[in-house]
Design a protein around this ligand. Structure first.
Ligand code: GDD
Ligand code: MN
Length: 885
């Protein structure tokens, strides 16, 4: 077996003897290799040691005199090599010499192009490494995994065919020649990793320095399609530093003039950004900018600027409103985060690598990481500062009345809010953190599911589509039953795929648990049960599961987990199930399939909708004839198709709520991502789809950032016309409590506050009340109107002998109350006019209008009135009234 072993050295005198001794004691029949040691000007006598060995053994010494560089040394060694197969290893005995033969074997026999001695595959390990080195190596490895599919791309122990080095770009330098080799193959190389145990050196010292890490980062950015050099980065930093002055100065000036936070931070940002762009394009990234203005570049620059601006607003709001940090200080961390987004956006998107640009596959991967990272950051920054929507406040009310289940939903949403608020307090952050974490879990399972179905790039792309389409973004932010539902749905799919396609027995347990958690979140998950049944019946290979215990065990687990809901319902005359079937079969609005389709186009975006149609067509028509795809296609087809079919059938006679169909797209997302890369199968369609996704991704993300900024800080010049009825309950509650105080001053009694809606107003008022425990806030079931859980929490139709303050989102709510057949109008004692007030933010921005009406009491609804009349007559028979009026 003939190959060349290259060993770079820099001051390794103490290691030469032990290393070469163990190398040459390898079985010499198998190992007929030359050793090429490339030394970079060692000053400890390494060269003389080597020279001694060279007299008796096949050892060559190359002495370099240029500036020391590991990659350059190895390349020089390759040039001097006399064999076609090259192996590289460190001189410090960190790499096990006895593995050398196993390392070169697959290259020798032609089955692989590169073989890596890997620490990060099963069986591999690192020994004696200090914690920070482990951590650094891991971090470096994770970054590399974005752009290549190798577990240990930073290993220093590898073998390859010599001819591969010709593809390594000239700019390559630093420590990570392996990564350069892998990347030069553009994903077409056959790479194998064999496990090794890496032992830290016992003699001499490591030459890896901080500078090497910077170089690594820089090469990584370049390989990933960005522009990065210490040069541009430092210029960018310098420009940014100057920009901070412009930014802070203008910001402070405007704030001191009494201008609102939103306008101040946006104006100063625009000023600083213009300043920065001018300098960056003319100076920092000048290579990419030959002086003339390029519209595409400028548009992209504006886009990135807007992203960081809208994110920065959230950071500011968070620091100022949640942490009470003075405005003048809060601007600094906000600038830092915006600068980071700006830099990465500039390096990868505004001024990407040119000549040659990175291959599209790599660019999509980098884009995926950027988009997913930004979406998660955006959610995290705003989750604690954006006020609750009434629905979230209602589920928070659930958590204040903890139970096994609830009338209109199973209990998971309440349990999560209970936990979140127990840990982080009764605030928006505490309420929403559960949704945020569910979002992360969903991302992880979707990634794993898509990777199992297709491959890693597809998985990255599918995950990106998930965080970008409206249902995906919102489900990781808003604390609704859909948040845990989506996470559990995708987890169930993941385990079912493992069980049914990968034949893993244990995955059934996972599927049972995920299914149980899902059905505790929302009943829609039950649709997956039909899909499993259909798949097992239609797929001949899966049919044998019917005769095995695992699926039944999974069903038992799921049922057991669902038992709280069953117990609660047993105690409550099965109301949930009646309610849910009532929703499906109750008053029907007739044919609504067109609405369902419109809703799908909203929750997936129109481009996502078209992609979904193409993906569904592709799995159903089995456009890919490979047999291993047949079962995958069936899986995707059934797990999307069966729930979709049920929705379609229901929509022929009733309108579904618009987000109900969200989870059923989870099974299809990987295929939607996969077809984007299949030019040979779908030709123009996949190219067009990719082209259409680009603006869709940017516009959707921008829309979320925009709406979040608008809802928390506002957008200067844009009035609140769109959120006004359902939102801003924080300020609204303060105003309502003010009215309540006025009533107390006049009458001596605190009024009962009644929200004129099923549950939203009462819940939002309670969440934002300053004394939620003592305030008497009720829902419209006071008037005998059904009000879901409020019927269990508060008495219905009872008389009230105190002033009452009714609150409505719109005037109509009061009219409706008057028009009801059992009109409470007659039962109100001395009702006043229907009034309204305009609600302002602290800075004077008008937010919305709220309607209210005061009465001096309530006689009770007709049933309770008759009842109490009866009781009164009964009483009066037994004992006459004590006093007449
Ligand atoms: N010719 C030459 N020029 N050799 C060098 C240079 C240089 O500039 N710098 C280091 N070497 C030699 C060392 O003498 C040693 O034989 C080998 O390269 C590895 O250097 P170490 O200083 O021992 O590196 P390390 O142990 O910290 O890093 C190892 O593990 C990393 C994994 O995280 C190396 O194998 C790296 O390549 C690997 O990435
Ligand atoms: Mn070492």
């Amino acid at each position: 077996m003939q190959f060349s072993l290259i060993i770079p050295t820099l001051n390794e005198a103490v290691n030469i003897d032990p290393l070469l001794t163990s190398l040459f004691s390898l079985n010499s029949v198998e190992a007929d290799f030359e050793v090429i040691i490339v030394d970079d000007g060692s000053t400890d006598g390494t060269q003389t040691k080597i020279a001694q060995w060279a007299t008796t053994r096949n050892v060559k010494l190359i002495e370099r005199h240029a500036s020391p560089d590991l990659t350059a040394s190895i390349l020089e060694g390759v040039r001097a090599a006399s064999h076609e197969v090259i192996a590289v290893m460190d001189a410090d005995l960190s790499h096990p010499p006895e593995q050398l033969i196993n390392l070169v074997q697959p290259v020798m026999d032609g089955s692989h192009d590169i073989v890596i001695g890997s620490r990060y595959v099963t069986g591999g390990s690192t020994e004696n490494w200090p914690f920070y080195r482990r951590w650094l190596s891991r971090a470096g490895g994770w970054l590399a995994r974005v752009i290549c599919d190798v577990n240990d791309a930073t290993s220093g122990f590898f073998a390859f065919r010599k001819e591969l080095v010709q593809y390594i770009p000239e700019k390559a330098h630093g420590y990570k020649i392996l990564l350069e080799l892998i990347m030069s193959g553009q994903g077409k190389l056959r790479i194998k990793e064999i496990p090794i145990c890496f032992r830290d050196r016992t003699r001499g010292s490591s030459k890896l320095s901080f500078g090497h890490n910077l170089i690594y980062l820089q090469r990584l950015i370049t390989l990933a399609g960005g522009t990065a050099s210490v040069h541009t980065a430092s210029r960018f930093a310098f420009v940014g530093f100057l920009g901070v002055f412009v930014d802070v100065l203008i910001f402070q000036l405007l704030i001191s003039q009494g201008i609102g936070l939103a306008l101040a931070h946006m104006s100063s940002f625009v000023a600083a950004a213009t300043f920065n762009y001018t300098l960056n394009s003319k100076w920092s990234f000048r290579i990419h900018h030959d002086g003339q203005l390029r519209w595409k570049t400028f548009l992209r620059f504006l886009t990135i600027g807007l992203f960081s601006l809208l994110l920065r607003g959230g950071v500011l709001a968070w620091l100022i409103y949640t942490w009470n940090i003075p405005v003048g200080w809060a601007i600094f961390p906000a600038i830092v985060i915006a600068a980071l987004v700006n830099y990465l956006g500039s390096a990868f998107y505004v001024f990407p690598r040119t000549g040659p640009a990175a291959p599209p596959d790599i660019r999509w991967r980098t884009a995926a990481v950027g988009v997913i990272g930004f979406a998660i950051l955006l959610r995290f920054v705003y989750l604690g500062v954006a006020q609750l929507i009434p629905d979230e406040a209602y589920y928070w009310q659930y958590a204040q009345h903890m139970g096994l289940s609830f009338y209109d939903h199973p209990p998971m949403v309440a349990w999560l809010i209970w936990l979140g608020t127990a840990l982080f307090g009764q605030n928006e952050f505490g309420v929403r953190i559960g949704a945020f974490i569910c979002g992360l879990i969903a991302i992880a399972y979707l990634y794993a599911f898509a990777r199992n179905l297709y491959d890693k790039p597809t998985a990255m792309c599918a995950t990106m589509l998930f965080v970008v389409v409206p249902f995906g973004f919102v489900s990781g932010l808003a604390m609704l039953p859909d948040a845990p539902l989506i996470a559990a749905w995708i987890a169930t799919l993941y385990y079912l795929e493992r069980a049914l396609l990968a034949n893993k027995n244990l995955a059934w347990i996972g599927a049972g648990i995920a299914f149980g958690l899902g059905i505790l979140s929302k009943y829609t998950l039950g649709l997956l049960g039909f899909a499993v049944l259909a798949f097992v019946l239609l797929d001949p290979v899966s049919r044998r599961w019917l005769g095995r215990p695992h699926p039944y065990l999974a069903t038992a687990i799921a049922l057991l987990m669902f038992s709280p809901v069953i117990i609660w319902n047993m105690e409550h005359e099965w109301v949930s199930f009646l309610f849910q079937t009532g929703r499906i079969s109750g008053d029907q609005d007739g044919f609504s399939t067109h609405k369902l389709i419109a809703y799908i186009a909203v929750i997936l975006t129109p481009v996502g909708f078209l992609a979904a149609i193409l993906a569904l067509y592709s799995v159903l028509s089995k456009s890919d004839k490979k047999p291993e795809f047949a079962r995958k296609n069936l899986f995707v087809g059934i797990f999307t198709g069966i729930p979709l079919l049920i929705f379609l059938v229901l929509s022929t006679y009733d309108t579904p709520r618009f987000h109900w169909n969200s989870p059923l797209w989870l099974a299809l997302l990987p295929t939607m991502a996969w077809i984007m890369g299949q030019q040979d199968l779908f030709r123009k369609a996949s190219t067009r789809l990719r082209a259409a996704w680009q603006p869709t991704i940017v516009i959707s993300l921008m829309a979320y950032a925009f709406v979040l900024h608008y809802a928390t800080l506002g957008i200067p010049g844009l009035p609140y016309q769109f959120l006004n009825e359902h939102y801003f309950w924080k300020e609204t509650t303060a105003e309502i409590e003010k009215i309540a105080d006025e009533i107390k001053q006049q009458t001596g009694e605190m009024p009962v506050i009644i929200g004129l809606s099923k549950w939203s107003i009462a819940s939002a008022l309670t969440f934002y009340s300053h004394h939620p425990l003592t305030a008497d806030i009720r829902s419209r079931n006071v008037f005998g109107e059904p009000a879901v859980m409020y019927d269990y929490w508060q008495a219905s139709g009872e008389p009230i002998h105190r002033p009452i303050l009714m609150v409505g989102m719109r005037k109509r709510a009061f009219d409706e109350l008057t028009q009801q057949n059992d009109s409470p109008e007659a039962s109100l004692i001395a009702p006043g006019e229907i009034n309204s007030r305009i609600i302002y933010r602290y800075d004077g921005t008008p937010l919305r209008k709220v309607y209210y009406r005061i009465a001096q009491g309530y006689l009770g609804n007709s049933t309770t009135r008759q009842l109490s009349d009866l009781q009164n007559t009964a009483k009066s028979v037994i004992m006459p009234k004590i006093s007449a009026d």
